[in-house]
Design a protein around this ligand. Structure first.
Ligand SMILES: [Zn+2]
Length: 106
């Protein structure tokens, strides 16, 4: 089943199948040792650059800032949910620890 993932409103929203599903200004806990020195950065999302579906997983290339140490920039493609039978199921991003997809593995 094909999934349409798009970024809307100059990077403010992720749209999946024409529904707005994830917005910026969320706080994500990440495992991202390449991004900043924090063991588990608290990452404030500020902008979405692109989105893609890798199998069932939807990942957003995300710009933002670690509020622990102040590092800002692009953290990579962060998986935010899955599409199962055409329906988007977002991860519990307030509790989950998200791991950006390694850019070097692309
Ligand atoms: Zn940090």
């Amino acid at each position: 089943m094909s999934v349409a993932v798009r970024i809307l409103d100059d990077g403010a929203w992720l749209s999946v199948n024409d529904e707005r599903r994830v917005s910026v200004s969320e706080l994500w806990r990440l495992t991202a040792p390449d991004f900043c020195p924090c063991e588990q950065p608290d990452f404030l999302t500020q902008g979405f650059l692109s989105a893609r579906a890798a199998g069932q997983t939807i990942a957003i290339e995300t710009y933002g800032e670690c509020i622990c140490c102040g590092t800002d920039g692009i953290v990579g493609h962060v998986p935010v949910g899955k599409v199962i039978d055409g329906v988007f199921h977002g991860y519990d991003r307030e509790r989950a620890v998200l791991t950006p997809i390694d850019r070097s593995a692309e």
